[in-house]
Design a protein around this ligand. Structure first.
Ligand SMILES: Cc1ncc(COP(=O)(O)O)c(C=O)c1O
Length: 407
């Protein structure tokens, strides 16, 4: 095997269950040692913006209508204007043709690869869809739906928890129709820099594939806003071809249940995708779009959201820093902790539940085994800092005590 092929594995099939179902099976029959604290699910718990109810009430009549698949003009304008402010795009995203509403970014991620495959028409039985490993499991579902081969690229500390773009064979890239990547990453909370994005854009154009840039954690950062792929495209002359960025109100505005997000970027891709979506995809209810219009015009609630997460990361640093070293990622709301000194992720997860009543997610459940049997999540656990501060404090103190006791 040549060195460049070690980073990826082909043909991974759809995981048979999601990481939370696997965790439930793992802990089935196990009794928590102390009153349980759940630190697994990435569902934001901070307050929803206070204008939400008012906007929904004002737009109630909209629930009677089937919404247009490409959204309201107000929605598209609000998204294009927000992208402009956030990334200084100087009008690069045309509200008319460069924005589509989604039922959350997950829905767009699921439907992306199949349209990429159709639009590119590379004439392959099973084109490739590239994913990072660990990965948000919907990317694998998207590859499955598109009847494509998932190709997993390890995202490990040595390459800043991002797929190594220098290790890819030209043949693989020629067969690729979609490249899924989150930045900031889940679970590790690292962000791609402009040079990384530009290298990826260059590859996408040379080898003809679409980039699905999942930026749903873009607003949950510590102090520096992570760069986005659209900014990178701006600096390359402003061409948006081959680029689809996805984002939503779920993390930014604590509105995961509203199911409202957007795709923006390549106008030609979006035009054809909207046609397909007009047949296949769920539309976004008009009152939800109205909330989005308001939410994307308000940064105060987002700043408050960041402040609350930062408080919890301070607590994490205080409890865990002395044992594990710095644990705070540049973005996102997860701790991604290397617990290899204490065992593998699954056994540590079980022991933490039994001994300390703290439920965490084994990193290996967020990744797939590579062909050499390795799993880049094998020595990691993911802890979501979505619970209230007091609960977070208790859980992390228990975790620190457990690590200290077993060291
Ligand atoms: C990396 C990643 N992408 C997408 C999503 C889906 O988010 P949304 O609520 O926008 O569909 C999540 C949700 O946890 C996520 O972690």
């Amino acid at each position: 095997m040549v060195a460049s092929q070690k980073a990826y594995k082909r043909g991974t099939s759809l995981p048979s269950s999601n990481p939370f179902q696997r965790l439930a099976e793992l802990l089935d029959g196990e009794t928590p040692g102390l009153d349980p604290i759940i630190m697994t699910i990435g569902e934001p718990q901070h307050a929803i913006p206070d204008f939400t109810a008012e906007v929904l009430a004002e737009n109630m009549a909209g629930f009677r209508r089937y919404p247009p698949i490409n959204g309201t003009p107000e929605f598209r304008a609000a998204i294009a204007a927000w992208l402009d402010r956030r990334y200084q795009l100087n009008g690069l995203v045309d509200p008319e043709h460069g924005v589509l509403p989604l039922n959350g970014s997950r829905e767009g991620l699921s439907f992306g690869a199949i349209s990429a495959r159709d639009q590119l028409d590379k004439g392959l039985d099973h084109p490739a869809v590239i994913l990072p490993n660990p990965f948000y499991q919907t990317y694998a579902a998207a590859a499955h739906v598109a009847d494509a081969q998932a190709v997993l690229l390890d995202a490990v500390p040595g390459n800043n928890f991002l797929p190594d773009l220098t290790s890819l064979d030209a043949d693989l890239l020629d067969e690729t129709v979609a490249f899924y990547i989150a930045s900031p990453t889940n679970p590790e909370g690292h962000a791609a820099d402009i040079a990384y994005w530009q290298r990826l854009i260059g590859l996408a154009r040379k080898h003809r594939f679409f980039i699905f840039a999942d930026e749903c954690y873009s607003e949950i950062y510590r102090d520096t806003p992570p760069p986005g792929i659209l900014e990178a495209a701006r600096d390359m002359g402003g061409d948006l071809s081959n680029i689809v960025v996805l984002n939503s109100l779920s993390k930014r505005s604590n509105l995961a249940g509203l199911r409202c997000g957007f795709a923006a970027g390549d106008p030609e891709f979006l035009r054809k995708w909207a046609k397909f979506r007009g047949l296949a995809a769920p539309q976004v209810p008009l009152p939800a779009q109205a909330v989005a219009v308001r939410a994307y015009q308000d940064e105060a609630h987002v700043a408050e959201n960041r402040r609350l997460y930062n408080d919890k990361f301070e607590v994490a640093e205080r409890h865990l820093g002395p044992i594990l070293g710095p644990v705070t990622p540049e973005a996102g709301f997860f701790l991604w902790l290397d617990i290899g000194r204490w065992g593998d992720a699954v056994s540590v997860t079980k022991a933490l539940w039994r001994d300390a009543g703290v439920k965490v997610l084994p990193g290996s459940y967020l990744a797939s085994d590579q062909s050499d049997g390795s799993n880049p999540g094998r020595t990691y656990i993911r802890i979501s800092l979505t619970a209230p501060l007091v609960q977070t404090d208790t859980a992390l103190r228990r975790l620190a005590n457990w690590l200290g006791d077993k060291a």
